[in-house]
Design a protein. Sequence first.
Length: 140
Amino acid sequence: MTDVKKWMTAAGLLMLPLSAQAASPITGRWVTQSKDGVVEVYPCGEHICGKLSKFLVNPPAGPGAKDINNPDKALRSRTILGMNVLTGFKAAGDEWKGQIYDPKSGKTYRSIVYKGKSGNLVVKGCIGPFCQAQTWTPAR
């Protein structure tokens, strides 16, 4: 291999990390797809978390609704408002991976979150290889 080819190969290898996309920041306040609540996404330790910060539509049990569908009986008395629904999110390429909790069903799912091209937040809940996506809009 000639010296020029060696330099070109080395320069190309050095550029690889620059072409890898970093995950866009997802922190902020987001209105859920169903438009019934606002989730505040924020740093929590080494991860990103998201808590239900506001009801836009009060649940049937009122604003003090409890986490009655949680499979852990000890957690059923906690209030949904202020509760983390997104936990343990870490950057993975151009997206964030963690878990999402659905207080309506009491189930926790593997989750993938990323900023869409329009600036909205795409939130996926996954079971095995199958994911269902929601689009959350910035809260104003």
